[in-house]
Design a protein around this ligand. Structure first.
Ligand SMILES: Nc1ncnc2c1ncn2[C@@H]1O[C@H](COP(=O)(O)OP(=O)(O)OP(=O)(O)O)[C@@H](O)[C@H]1O
Length: 370
């Protein structure tokens, strides 16, 4: 279901002037604290009324200042998941999920919602006996029981520690793979966004700095300044060739060769995404020999983007995927890098964090092993 948002709104001293379209799926709103992500979510939910513009979900107009349409929040069929689970402490999980809608619990159970979220065994417990991750999964189930037309998630992992986040993400991935309703996912963590999103909206100072298909935007060197030099990096589609290579690594097949990366919790044959940060890629014109790095992928330079500082972003094609390297302007000059040049990308195994591996890969592609 396509989504179209175009809103201007003054909130105290803050001016929101945001416009983007998305084809549905998971749309991530990404940007630093205070850039206006929650304000957009609130406008979609109808919790605030923009000064001008429109919000459209498919052919349903939720807000249009020109025609005076403003559908009140309770008629929008929105599922909202906040940073904190906000469960009722005096009610069991089952009661929390079915709260106000006794029949809906069974529909969530019926379509596998509870199983996907891994909470079937928690139904009799009370919120005080749940971990932060479990409570948040219950909160998602509760949001789904109203059979919403859109799911809004405002930093749902923010209150969890890193270990719980890693544990939680596969549930979220399974859920978004299963649901056909559009999901808006607010985050300032690119690792989460890279695993979950189909479409990325990068916000800055109340405006949309970039909007586009996630993989395309993350491999666009011109977008680095908006995404942040530390966060920038392309997504490789990989297939797990050997999840447990017995030395603590997994062997992952890409269309250009094998990668040895920290062990993934997945079955052999699983398609997934791996985010390779641009600053973790070293380039070599010749195939390196006698190097400690295990991962060497043949590439072709597609574009070199010079920014303001001493670094340049080099866009690369690696088999069917895009990669990006951030190197110094000096190195690029010394190497004589130009578009079309063949080279090798070197990626240290330990530089890829477990949180950068996962998410829905492209299932149809057959990875070739060299
Ligand atoms: N009702 C309001 N009145 C005045 N200012 C507001 C109001 N709502 C939001 N703001 C301001 O608008 C700006 C954007 O807030 P918003 O919560 O949308 O940012 P955000 O990107 O979601 O931030 P965070 O990641 O910290 O949650 C902030 O400066 C905030 O103080």
């Amino acid at each position: 279901m396509s989504v179209s948002v175009q809103i201007t709104q003054r909130l105290g001293d803050f001016a929101l002037d945001a416009s983007f379209e998305s084809e549905g799926g998971v749309t991530a709103l990404f940007g630093p604290s205070g850039c206006g992500k929650t304000s957009i979510i609130n406008a979609i939910a109808g919790l605030s009324r923009p000064d001008a513009g429109h919000v459209r979900l498919g052919d349903q107009v939720l807000f249009n200042s020109a025609t005076g349409v403003f559908v009140p929040p309770h008629k929008r069929r929105i599922g909202y998941v906040f940073q904190e689970p906000r469960l009722f402490p005096h009610m069991s999980v089952a009661q929390n999920i079915g709260y106000g809608r006794p029949n809906q619990l069974y529909s969530t159970r019926g379509d596998g919602g509870l199983a996907v979220l891994g909470i079937e065994h928690l139904l009799e417990r009370y919120p005080r006996d749940l971990s932060g991750g479990e409570a948040q999964r219950v909160a998602i189930a509760r949001a789904l029981t109203s059979q919403p037309k859109v799911l809004l998630m405002d930093e749902p992992l923010a209150a969890l520690d890193d270990a719980r986040k890693t544990e939680f993400l596969p549930y979220l991935q399974a859920l978004v793979a299963k649901t056909s309703i559009p999901v808006f996912y607010v985050s300032h963590a690119m690792s989460e966004v890279a695993q979950l999103a189909d479409h990325l909206v990068v916000m800055r100072d109340g405006r949309v700095a970039r909007s586009g298909a996630l993989a395309q935007l993350l491999s666009d060197p011109a977008a680095i300044s908006d995404i942040g030099v530390r966060e920038a990096g392309a997504i490789l589609n990989v297939t797990v060739a050997q999840a447990d290579a017995s030395d603590g690594l997994s062997v992952l097949a890409t269309s250009a060769g094998r990668l040895f990366l920290p062990k993934v919790q997945a079955e052999d044959g699983t398609a997934m995404r791996v985010r390779i940060r641009a600053s973790d890629v070293i380039l070599s014109k010749d195939k390196p020999d006698g190097l400690s790095a295990l991962n060497i992928l043949p590439c072709k330079v597609t574009q070199i983007h010079e920014g303001q500082g001493p670094g340049v972003a080099v866009a690369l094609r690696s088999g069917e995927d895009a990669l990006m390297a951030r190197i110094t302007r000096r190195s690029a000059r010394t190497m004589g890098l130009t578009a079309g040049l063949s080279c090798y990308a070197v990626i240290k195994s330990v530089s890829v964090a477990p949180t950068d591996m996962g998410g829905r890969g492209t299932e149809s592609r057959v990875a070739q092993m060299p």
